[in-house]
Design a protein around this ligand. Structure first.
Ligand code: NAP
Length: 269
């Protein structure tokens, strides 16, 4: 039986030529290359940067099979290898010299207009205003059912450990080892004055507690944007948003040389 591998790539010249070369090498080893996901596909290869990786996750609705990233983008935090290591990857894959890194995801249940919509992110869920930060938002925040505070500012970002190195890090949030099961809520431009009191540092949530965010002023002005991994949706009449760890995991194929903290050092320090 032929073994099927799906290759997903960005449209840069480097990604397209890497895909052609990799396809040729895999076909020589008796693999079949496909672009549609079905139950016989055993591995997805993602050629591009982290943005391409996030596009893939959302386009295929958080696939359950392992994914390996080949970095032809800028940062490539999710991506495992550079295009000059294709032979090493194929050899390691055939000889099962790899491990699977399981990445947690975060979900938001958005209650609005009498319905509930679920959104998911591998990096993060952001709850903000919908006018390019033209006005501040005011949220009543509860954790595990306990009221914590009324937050005022641009918004709130809730990141997974995988997303802790993305927007969360730019906001001053902590880098989290993906072996830890937690969510990190980081404020975006919190207002901390005599008029408004908002937390200014990140809050870490254990896996079994959710964060409840209730827009305070539900007038027509208060329209909410929920952003997830670089995508966004606008909502009006939002009564409540519940953010929690999702049961869905994304599996990354890592070669034996992979080490999270070495990757952090090479990309950030
Ligand atoms: P983008 O705006 O084109 O790229 C944002 C940058 O974040 C890229 O350099 C990307 O890497 C990198 N990145 C994405 N996920 C990462 C992760 N888990 N760890 C470290 N770096 C990561 O948008 P995009 O490429 O579609 O990515 C969407 C993400 O951008 C969102 O999930 C959010 O976290 C991030 N973002 C960051 C800021 C900020 O830092 N101020 C603002 C908005 C959004 P590549 O170069 O390899 O693609």
């Amino acid at each position: 039986m032929q073994r099927k591998i799906l290759i997903y790539n960005s449209q840069t010249e480097n990604s397209i030529s890497t895909k052609e070369l990799l396809s040729k090498k895999l076909i020589e080893k008796n693999f079949t290359i496909v672009s549609e996901l079905d139950s016989e596909v055993e591995l997805i290869v993602c050629i591009g940067g982290d943005g391409t990786f996030l596009d893939l996750i959302h386009e295929f609705d958080f696939p359950e099979i392992p994914i390996i990233g080949i970095n032809t983008g800028h940062l490539g935090f999710f991506q495992e290898i550079m295009p000059d290591r294709l032979d090493e990857f194929i050899d390691n894959y055939i000889n099962q010299k790899y491990s699977i890194q399981s990445m947690q995801t975060v979900m938001a249940h958005v209650y609005h207009n009498g319905t509930c919509e679920e959104l998911k992110g591998l990096n993060e869920i952001i709850i903000a205003s919908n006018a390019n930060y033209a006005y501040s938002v005011h949220f009543d925040i509860s954790i595990g059912g306990s009221f914590i505070e009324r937050f005022s500012g641009d918004g709130l970002l809730v990141s997974t450990p995988a997303g802790s190195t993305a927007y969360n890090y730019s906001l001053g949030g902590s880098i989290v080892d993906p072996r830890l099961r937690l969510l990190q809520a980081t404020p975006i431009a919190p207002m901390n004055t005599t008029a408004y009191r908002s937390f200014t540092s990140s809050i870490l949530l254990p896996p079994d507690l959710s964060m409840e965010v209730k827009p305070v002023d539900n007038s027509s002005k208060v329209k909410i944007t929920i952003a997830f991994d670089g995508f966004s949706k606008f909502f009006d009449n939002v009564s409540n948003i519940e953010v929690s760890l999702s049961e869905t995991n994304v599996k990354l194929l890592r070669l034996e040389s992979y080490d999270f903290w070495s990757k952090v050092k090479s990309k950030f320090l």
